[in-house]
Design a protein around this ligand. Structure first.
Ligand code: SF4
Length: 366
């Protein structure tokens, strides 16, 4: 078994402490942190400003990188999807979405996912394992290096969304640690204000997050306005039903500071959760709890063998109008990367199973 220390998942003070155990001065720890996190180097051999002996020692006792790109796919809209592998050969998927004023990177918090949302392909993998802080951070490093070149400063700001594979709040400590490492000004310097984490509704962690100072924005995936329907679409609802979930949301909303965002996500499934009645139920539910959070409507991304289709455009508009008439702020999200199965709910290490969609893919050799 590989016992080498994963340096990409260490904070700057931890790296300083680590090099001191090797008899090295503290500044070497800061130097290595900057090499990994700011210069985005993924091997000790590239750190030519370190003495050769130290690089050799680091190669024996530590590792600079924990993921490898297995495949990458380029969408006609510029979106890039990566299938990466951990050192123990588990799939990790990451999506890079370029936009006019910023880039967004959607990262995974787990390999697979233990929750069983019926509209999500990742659910079919089950949980393989939660990712380490280093495996979370390195997804961002790999995506930025691939898009711009090793260490090259991105021309636009980088936003992160924790909406890839996995339930982030079932890997809460590693997630928060990864976000703190990424916020370091001597590293990637992506501050929590640029990060949004989406949860299926792990109530105790929502309450925990209400007490975290340096926290990301929060999004709650609802998908249904009643317990009966939500139990079916998101079985986690049986553990934490809507009443409990929305009470926790209210506590969280009370804790919001200026500039923080809190949203609900509502995936729209044709003929399943998109009727006028569903819209009225959703508006009444949020209003009854006094929640002012905006609702993002997300047209479902079809993915075989899932039995759902996206709601038609006129249905989405009608749903939005009903919510707005009841005082709810609504935004309709534009799907990206559909042709490379890069959209929400489609990440399931499709590399091996791409078939019908293959002609749509523009695969870039790695
Ligand atoms: S939607 Fe998110 S929480 Fe639900 S199964 Fe998929 S990855 Fe897991």
């Amino acid at each position: 078994m590989n016992q080498r220390v994963e340096l990409i998942g260490l904070s700057q003070p931890e790296l300083v402490a680590f090099v001191e155990t090797l008899g090295e001065p503290a500044y070497r720890g800061r130097q290595i942190f900057a090499a990994l996190q700011h210069r985005r180097l993924r091997s000790f051999d590239e750190m030519t400003d370190l003495p050769k002996e130290l690089r050799a020692r680091l190669n024996e006792v530590a590792q600079a990188s924990s993921l490898q790109i297995e495949s990458r796919y380029l969408s006609s809209d510029g979106t890039r999807r990566y299938l990466m592998k951990t050192r123990d050969n588990l799939p990790v998927e990451t999506v890079f979405i370029p936009e006019e004023h910023r880039d967004t990177i959607c990262f995974s918090s787990q390999s697979g996912c233990p929750l069983q949302c019926t509209f999500c392909l990742t659910a079919q993998l089950g949980l393989l394992r939660s990712l380490t802080p280093g495996e979370i951070v390195e997804q961002i490093i790999i995506a930025l290096n691939d898009a711009y070149g090793t260490g090259v400063k991105p021309p636009r700001g980088t936003n992160l969304v924790g909406m890839g594979a996995g339930e982030p709040f079932l890997n809460f400590d590693s997630l928060l640690k990864a976000l703190r490492i990424m916020a370091d000004p001597n590293g990637l310097h992506i501050v929590p204000n640029r990060v949004t984490i989406s949860t299926a509704g792990i109530v105790p962690r929502i309450l925990d997050l209400a007490n975290v100072f340096d926290r990301p924005h929060l999004a709650i995936s609802l998908a249904a306005p009643t317990d009966a329907l939500r139990n079916e679409l998101m079985p986690i609802n049986k553990r934490w039903p809507l009443e409990e979930l929305l009470n926790a949301c209210k506590v969280f909303e009370h804790s919001l500071k200026p500039g923080e965002r809190f949203t609900f996500e509502y995936v729209m499934l044709d003929g399943v959760n998109d009727s006028d009645e569903h819209a009225r139920q959703l508006a009444n539910l949020l209003n009854r709890h006094g929640l002012r959070a905006k609702v993002n409507l997300i047209p479902h991304n079809p993915a075989e063998p899932l039995p759902y289709q996206p709601s038609r455009a006129e249905r989405v508009t009608r749903f939005k109008d009903i919510l707005e008439a009841k005082g709810i702020h609504v935004y309709v999200r534009r799907p990206r990367g559909r042709d490379i199965f890069a959209a929400c709910g489609q990440l399931a290490a499709r590399h091996e199973t791409l078939n019908a969609g293959r002609s749509l893919l523009s695969e870039v050799a790695t």
